[in-house]
Each structure stands twice: as structure tokens, then as C-alpha cells.
Design a protein around this ligand. Structure first.
Ligand code: SAM
Length: 294
């Protein structure tokens, strides 16, 4: 079905499946997303993938300022027409790949340091993990995220240590704050209908989140990506084999006493460690300059 039929617009765009273009047509879900963001005058909203603007327009009507990042320029005429009354002072559209831009700089340029950042997206499902990792790494001080994801992704996002789904994504989400399912949606809430069911998640920053600083969040996520590439291997053995720590050195002895203090076995595998233990281990390895991703 062409986009014109979905949105009553004089265009005949064919949705691009490879870009996850399943437009949200349930008005109930759209209103619920806007309501869930609890928008206040000082909020800066970041929307990923505005598409034809189904969610963007109601967001702009409530938000003080909105920045939206869309990869597909075919939506430019539709969005400019829909948002004509708001462009400039209240809305900035960025035509780029969310995964390739410097989100922190963009938000700072827009005065984001004085605003509460709230993120909304009906995510393109093919890039769910990479987009959430990027958001939590570059904007760890965001106040909340309301994200539509494929139902199956929820297991990966909320996985506990020791399970096979546990990985960098679940660790980052857990350290960021709380995650809650706030709506379950059938395929019929979208056009064209995706071959999967969907879940709306609300992630809210913990008051004392360990991830507040983007530089250490960036370093931590690089560490996690390295560490989980060998999730089933004994991590200390791997650090030795790859030359990051030298057996029988002073450094190794210090590392072993750190593990003992943190109640981590010497033959641990990263998938067994809790998010807090992983964060502590990363900081320790950085401090003694045995940091694998440097
Ligand atoms: N927000 C619209 C809605 O709910 O109807 C569209 C949501 S659709 C599921 C996902 C949107 O993300 C599409 O507009 C798609 O073009 C856009 N998109 C896909 N990959 C992207 C990327 N890497 N960077 C920015 N936008 C992307």
C-alpha cells in the first residue's frame, strides 16, 4: 500500500521494508505515547524516524522543542507540509542515519544541557539494539525513553545475567534505570502490518544512574562489546592471552585481589556478572590501564 493511502496525502511513496517502515496508525497508541512522555515546558524531545509524521505532529503540539532524525528524504515534503506551522522555532529535522550522527553535540547545540531530554520512537526494528545502545551511550542523561519495539526484543532488553539473551543491551538498560512494558500492540496497529507483534516500552532514568557521563558511558559500552564477544570464555584467561594483563606480574596480583573484594571468581565468564559488577570491573581495568578497547 502506498503512503498516500495511509496518510491522505498526494504522494505515492512505497514503504521501504529494509528501513523498517511500518507506520503507526492506531490513534490510541499515538495518544498514549504522547501522554506517557509527560511533557513539560522545558523538555526537548528527540524523535527517531518520524516517517510521515504520524507521531511527530501530536508531539510537536505538546513539546517545547522537537528534533527528529530521519534517514529517508522521501518524507521531506510530507513532513514539511505537516509541520509547517512549527518548523524553525519549535522543530528541527535532521536528514541522516541516526547511527552516524553525533547526538550529544546536536542536543547541546540546541540548548539540551538546560532541558530534560525525552526520547520517542516507533523504532525501525532492524536497528533496535544499535539505536538503544547509541541513545544510552551518547545521551545517558536523558530523562526517559518511550520506544516501540518488536515483542521478541523485550527479552534481550530486560535479560538477567546468566541467560543467553544477556548482553551489552540488557546491561546498559539496567544501569540506565527502570524499564516497563506500557502497551502491547497487534500488527494491525501499523500500516503496512509487520510480520511481528509489538511492545511499547518506557525507560526511566534512575536517580543515581551510573551512566550519567557520556565519556565513561562510551568507554563502558566499548568494553561490553569487547567482553561479550567472548561471553563463554574465562575472561581473565582471555585478557592474558590477548596481552592485556601479564601473568605473575604485580598488576595481575592486584587484579586478583580486586576480584576477591568484588566477590567475583577468578575463572568468571562475563555473562555471569551483574551490570554493577561489569561497571566496576570496567572502571578498575581502566584505572590500571588494562582496558581492552583502548
Ligand atoms: N514514526 C513513524 C510512525 O510511527 O508512523 C515511522 C516509524 S517506522 C517504524 C521507522 C522510521 O525510522 C521510518 O520512517 C524509517 O525511514 C526511519 N529509519 C529507519 N532507519 C533509520 C536510521 N538508521 N536513522 C534514522 N531513521 C531511520
Amino acid at each position: 500500500m502506498a503512503v498516500s493511502e495511509l496518510n491522505n496525502l498526494t504522494t505515492d511513496l512505497i514503504p521501504n521494508r529494509a528501513l523498517g517502515q511500518n507506520f503507526l496508525v492506531s490513534q490510541r497508541a499515538i495518544s498514549f505515547i504522547v501522554e506517557s512522555l509527560q511533557l513539560c515546558p522545558d523538555d526537548l524531545v528527540l524523535e527517531i524516524g518520524p516517517g510521515t509524521g504520524n507521531l511527530t505532529l501530536p508531539l510537536v503540539q505538546k513539546a517545547d522543542f522537537l528534533v527528529a532524525v530521519e534517514i529517508d528524504r522521501r518524507f521531506q515534503p510530507i513532513l514539511q507540509r505537516k509541520l509547517a506551522n512549527f518548523l524553525g522555532p519549535k522543530v528541527r529535522l535532521i536528514w541522516d542515519d541516526i547511527l552516524n550522527i553525533d547526538l550529544l553535540n546536536i542536543v547541546l547545540e540546541l540548548g539540551g544541557q538546560d532541558k530534560a531530554i525525552k526520547i520517542a520512537a516507533n523504532l525501525p526494528y532492524y536497528a533496535t539494539t544499535n539505536i538503544i545502545l547509541k541513545l544510552l551511550t551518547e545521551l545517558p542523561s536523558a530523562k526517559m525513553l518511550v520506544l516501540m519495539v518488536q515483542r521478541e526484543a523485550v527479552t534481550r532488553i530486560t535479560a538477567d545475567s546468566g541467560t543467553k539473551e544477556y548482553g551489552p543491551l540488557a546491561v546498559m538498560v539496567s544501569l540506565y534505570g527502570n524499564v516497563k512494558t506500557i502497551m502491547k500492540l497487534p500488527a494491525s496497529a501499523f500500516e503496512p502490518q509487520p510480520p511481528v507483534e509489538s511492545t511499547l516500552l518506557k525507560l526511566t532514568a534512575a536517580k543515581a544512574s551510573l551512566l550519567k557521563d557520556p565519556i565513561s558511558a562510551q568507554s563502558f559500552v566499548s568494553f561490553l562489546l569487547y567482553a561479550f564477544r567472548g561471553r563463554r570464555k574465562q575472561f581473565l584467561g582471555r585478557l592474558r592471552r590477548e596481552g592485556y594483563v601479564v601473568k605473575d606480574s604485580h598488576q595481575e596480583n592486584e587484579l586478583i585481589s580486586y576480584l576477591e573484594q568484588s566477590e567475583i571468581r577468578r575463572d568468571f565468564r562475563v555473562e555471569e556478572l551483574s551490570p554493577n559488577q561489569l561497571f566496576g570491573l570496567h572502571n578498575y581495568l581502566r584505572q590500571i590501564s588494562c582496558f581492552p578497547s583502548d
